[in-house]
Design a protein around this ligand. Structure first.
Ligand SMILES: *[C@@H]1O[C@H](CO)[C@@H](O)[C@H](O)[C@H]1NC(C)=O
Ligand SMILES: *[C@@H]1O[C@H](CO)[C@@H](O)[C@H](O)[C@H]1NC(C)=O
Ligand SMILES: *[C@@H]1O[C@H](CO)[C@@H](O)[C@H](O)[C@H]1NC(C)=O
Ligand SMILES: *[C@@H]1O[C@H](CO)[C@@H](O)[C@H](O)[C@H]1NC(C)=O
Length: 355
């Protein structure tokens, strides 16, 4: 069946590209209401608003009542408000040693957010801070330290200044895709053989349960290796998720070592998936229940595996370029190999008990 084999090989690539295309990038075209009580065109508020990134934030000029009606109806993700004396109060606030509460309040940008979507709200906050920073840099130049926060973010040690969500989910997503495609490959193997009577003929011929296990494992290993190879090539060439690789820390390895380590990690994960599928197919008799079990384990595994709260070692390999000498990395391999051995032994024992 060349068609279905081709499908098997391409499936992981399709899944990873979907993840990158659909949940990766910053949100675009987010509608935000702007209530500007300052009327003069040369005011600071107008100037500041031009620094707001216009690809992700769409400004809608409204009066106070309309803006709050809109945000309550879910039309806007936030309201940005300026008091009528924003320019003079902001200047006063920068220049004088002591100012009243009223001046502080009137010289501030007021932002009301719809915090039900954390990603969008965080993005809006960041954009407003960035806009203010650029505005201050533009107006004051070298004097901009006077209104900046005394916190300076230096160049990142690992990763880049502009990491997005896909950088965060990529390692977990790649691992879980490898694992579950492998589970899907083997979850039905014994079930079908048992149904067709092949298993009984094997037992009669004197094949041991360990030999049956290993035969399945090695034949599926071929499919897994092609899948992993394509997956890695695709990620390396198309998405280039290696922001930290050029930074050069003493712990960092050359790209080729990183790629090798990564493919070893993924292969180990794939073999664990195969073993888990073998456990399912050894323990369960009919197709429907086996499918149900494989699908049922998907969600618990996804949550417990660290995709959502990452503790895994692939992240250290992919983005920090760490080698096997680091504890985070070898611990990941050790845990996976441990599960692998456990599943293989379990499947063998179940097969032997039932043969
Ligand atoms: C965003 O701003 C840039 C520069 O100010 C301008 O060239 C571009 O047309 C603007 N895009 C939109 C969608 O308004
Ligand atoms: C806000 O604008 C709407 C429509 O343009 C108008 O009916 C309303 O009176 C305005 N409210 C204020 C407080 O100016
Ligand atoms: C703008 O003016 C309206 C009334 O005209 C007032 O309710 C609102 O609080 C003002 N906005 C700010 C940020 O001061
Ligand atoms: C803005 O300044 C004017 C004149 O200084 C003052 O009358 C008015 O109350 C101020 N508005 C606010 C909202 O503080």
């Amino acid at each position: 069946m060349p068609g279905s084999l081709c499908f098997q090989f391409l499936l992981p690539v399709i899944q990873v590209s979907l993840i990158c295309v659909c949940i990766g990038a910053d949100p675009k075209g987010i509608q935000v209401a702007v209530v500007n009580n300052e009327t003069s065109p040369s005011s600071y508020s107008q100037s500041l608003l031009t620094f707001l990134d216009n690809s992700s934030v769409v400004q809608v000029n409204l009066n106070h009542t309309e803006a709050f009606e809109g945000i309550h109806n879910g039309e806007y993700w936030g309201v940005i408000g300026f008091g009528e004396n924003f320019t003079s109060y902001l200047t006063k606030r920068m220049m004088s040693r002591q100012v009243s509460r009223e001046v502080l309040d009137g010289g501030s940008i007021h932002v009301w957010l719809d915090l039900t979507n954390q990603q969008i709200a965080l993005m809006l906050q960041k954009k407003v801070y960035e806009a203010f920073q650029s505005f201050v840099d533009y107006k004051l130049g070298s004097m901009s330290y006077m209104v900046a926060l005394p916190i300076k973010m230096e160049d990142p040690i690992y990763g880049s200044q502009h990491t997005d969500f896909s950088t965060f989910v990529m390692p977990g997503a790649v691992l879980s895709i490898t694992f579950f495609l492998a589970v899907g490959l083997t979850a039905l193997s014994f079930v079908i053989e048992r149904k067709e009577g092949l298993m009984d003929r094997c037992w009669v011929a004197g094949v041991s349960s360990l030999e049956t296990m290993l035969a399945h494992l090695f034949s599926q290993l071929f499919v897994i290796s092609v899948q992993i190879l394509l997956l890695l090539l695709f990620i390396l060439l198309v998405f280039k998720p290696y922001p930290g690789i050029t930074a050069g820390s003493p712990q960092q390895q050359p790209l080729i070592a990183v790629a090798t380590e990564q493919s070893c990690g993924l292969s180990v994960q794939g073999v664990t998936g195969i073993s888990f599928g073998l456990v399912i197919s050894a323990a369960i008799d009919d197709e429907q229940n086996a499918n149900q079990a494989a699908l049922g384990f998907f969600y618990p595994n996804l949550i417990l595996s660290g995709v959502i709260w990452p503790v895994e070692s692939l992240r250290c390999i992919m983005y920090r370029g760490w080698g096997l000498t680091q504890m985070m990395v070898w611990r990941g391999f050790a845990v996976t190999l441990g599960w692998n051995t456990f599943f293989l032994i379990l499947a063998t024992v179940i097969l032997r008990l039932r043969s």
